[in-house]
Write a protein that binds this ligand. Structure first.
Ligand code: IFM
Length: 457
C-alpha cells in the first residue's frame, strides 16, 4: 500500500485535495421548496432506463442533511469541495421566475463551506436540465443556450462572491453523445442529427456561460470540466490507426477544438459538418473565450478499432478489448498510465490553462462489515492515479488539484444505486454514512496540506 505521507511529499504545497459530488446524485428532496422536475426525474421514472427504476427522489438525502455532510467533508480534512447546482431548483421551468428558496439552499451550502474553511468549486450544469425545456427541444434547441446563460448569471450574482472557482459544464461528452447519440443518459435519444445539434448548442451555452460569469464576477476563475478520453488503437494496422484518430476527434476534439482552438476538427467537419446546426456569426468566438482553468475527469481509457461495415457512420469505430485484466465493479479497465498519456497528448494538441483533476475514482461495491468498509482496490486505484499525477507535475504540467469521485456513494445515473464510487459508504435504508478505508487513507494524504496557501485550518 502506498504510504499517503510519502505520496503527499511528491505534490507542491499549494496543491488542492478535494472531494466531488453532483446535485442530482446526492440531494434528493426532488419536490422541496419549489424544485420542479429535471430530465433525469422523467428519465429515471420511465421503465427500462435506469437499473431497478431507481430515481433521485431521496438519493443521499443531502438536501436535508447538509450540515452533517459538510461536517463529514471537514472531518476528511480536504481543502475543497466540488458540487453542482441544480438548475431546476433555481429556475424551475428553465426560463421564467427565479426560485429564491433554491438559491437559499446553495447560499447555506457555500456559507457552510466557508465557515469550515473549505474552498467551494461549483459546477453550473451536471446534467439536470429543467424538464420544461424539453418542450423546446432541450439541448438541441439554441434557445436552451440562452436560458443557460441567464441561469448562470442568476447563480453567480447570488453566490459568486463566495465561490473559489466555477465550471460551466460537467462532461459535455455525456450530455451530448451519451444522451443524444447512444441513448444511455437522459433524454435517451439515439440520433446523430439531434446529437450534433446538442453538441453545438452545448458548446455555445458554455461560451455564453463564461461571458455571464465574467460579467458578474470578473475575478472568479471560470472553467470547463471535460471527461477527455485517452484513445488507443487496437492494433498498428492502418485502419485501426486511422480509426483511433477519428475517435480522438469525435470524443475529444469536438469539445477541445472549439473551446481551446476556436474550431471544430477538420475531419469531423468534412464528415458531419453538413448535418450540424447553423453556426452563427460570433458563435465560435463566444465558445473560444479564454478560460482560467479546465477540469479533467478521468477513469478509464478508450480502446478502438475500425468499423469496416459498409456505410458505418462517422467516426466508424468499434470498441476494442481491454488490455489490462483489472476492471472495477462497473467493468471499466484500470489503467493509470493512460491518465499520463492523455494529459501529455492534450497539452501537445491544445494550449490549455491550469488543470484540475476534477474527478477520479473507482466503482467497488463492498459493503460495511463490523462497522468498516475494506475497499483496498479503490485505495490502490486512487493512489496509482495520484502517483501518475505527481509524475505529470514533475514533468512541468500545471496540475493544480485533485478531487476524489466521490465524497459518498450516490445515484450512479443509468446504474442507479447499485454502483458505488464513494470514499464514504451510504446505507440507503438508514442514510448512515461510514468512512471507507480509502476515505481514511485519503484523509491522511489531504491533511498533509496545510503547508500551501490555504486558510481556515
Ligand atoms: O457519477 C459520474 C459523475 O456524475 C460524472 N463522472 C463520472 C462519474 C462515474 O460514472
Amino acid at each position: 500500500m502506498i504510504d499517503p505521507k510519502i505520496l503527499a511529499a511528491r505534490f507542491p504545497g499549494d496543491f488542492v485535495f478535494g472531494v466531488a459530488t453532483a446535485a442530482f446524485q446526492i440531494e434528493g428532496a426532488s419536490k422541496a421548496d419549489g424544485r420542479k422536475p429535471s430530465i433525469w426525474d422523467a428519465f429515471s421514472n420511465m421503465p427500462g432506463r435506469v437499473f431497478g427504476r431507481h430515481n433521485g427522489d431521496v438519493a443521499c438525502d443531502h438536501y436535508n442533511r447538509l450540515e452533517e455532510d459538510l461536517d463529514l467533508i471537514k472531518a476528511l480534512g480536504v481543502e475543497a469541495y466540488r458540487f453542482s447546482i441544480a438548475w431546476p431548483r433555481i429556475i424551475p421551468e428553465g426560463t421564467g421566475p427565479v426560485n429564491e428558496k433554491g438559491l437559499d439552499f446553495y447560499d447555506r451550502l457555500v456559507d457552510g463551506l466557508k465557515a469550515r474553511g473549505i474552498k467551494a468549486f461549483a459546477t453550473l450544469y451536471h446534467w439536470d436540465l429543467p424538464l420544461a425545456l424539453m418542450g423546446d427541444g432541450g439541448w438541441t434547441s439554441r434557445a436552451t443556450a440562452y436560458a443557460f446563460q441567464r441561469y448562470a448569471q442568476t447563480v453567480i450574482a447570488r453566490l459568486g462572491d463566495r465561490l473559489d472557482a466555477v465550471a460551466t459544464f460537467n462532461e459535455p461528452w455525456c450530455s451530448v453523445w451519451l444522451s443524444h447519440l447512444y441513448g444511455v443518459h437522459a433524454p435517451g435519444e439515439r440520433n446523430m442529427d439531434a446529437a450534433l445539434h446538442a453538441l453545438h448548442v452545448t458548446n455555445l451555452a458554455h461560451g455564453l456561460g463564461v461571458a455571464a460569469v465574467r460579467a458578474e464576477r470578473p475575478n472568479l476563475p471560470v472553467g470547463l470540466v471535460l471527461n477527455a478520453h485517452q484513445t488507443y488503437a487496437a492494433s498498428n494496422g492502418p485502419e485501426d490507426v486511422a480509426a483511433e484518430k477519428r475517435a480522438f476527434d469525435f470524443h475529444n476534439g469536438v469539445f477541445f477544438g472549439p473551446v481551446f482552438a476556436g474550431a471544430y476538427p477538420r475531419g469531423f467537419m468534412s464528415a458531419l459538418g453538413h448535418r450540424m446546426p447553423e453556426i452563427e456569426p460570433g458563435d465560435m468566438e463566444t465558445i473560444h473565450l479564454p478560460l482560467d482553468w479546465w477540469g479533467l475527469n478521468y477513469y478509464t481509457p478508450m480502446r478502438v478499432q475500425a468499423d469496416e461495415a459498409p456505410g458505418a457512420e462517422y467516426p466508424a469505430t468499434l470498441p476494442a478489448p481491454a488490455v489490462n485484466g483489472t476492471k472495477t465493479d462497473i467493468g471499466w479497465e484500470v489503467c493509470a498510465p493512460a491518465l499520463g498519456d492523455l494529459v501529455r497528448r492534450l497539452n501537445d494538441a491544445y494550449r490549455l490553462p491550469d488543470c484540475y483533476i476534477t474527478e477520479n475514482g473507482a466503482c467497488y461495491n463492498m459493503g460495511v462489515e463490523n462497522g468498516e468498509v475494506n475497499d483496498q482496490p479503490r485505495l490502490d486505484y486512487i493512489a496509482e492515479h495520484l502517483s501518475v499525477t505527481a509524475d505529470l507535475i514533475s514533468e512541468g504540467f500545471s496540475v493544480r488539484g485533485y478531487f476524489a469521485w466521490s465524497l459518498m456513494d450516490n445515484f450512479e445515473w443509468a446504474e442507479g444505486y447499485r454502483m458505488r464510487f464513494g470514499i464514504v459508504h451510504v446505507d440507503y435504508a438508514t442514510q448512515v454514512r461510514t468512512i471507507k478505508k480509502s476515505g481514511y487513507w485519503y484523509s491522511v494524504l489531504a491533511r498533509q496540506f496545510p503547508k500551501g496557501n490555504h486558510s481556515g485550518r
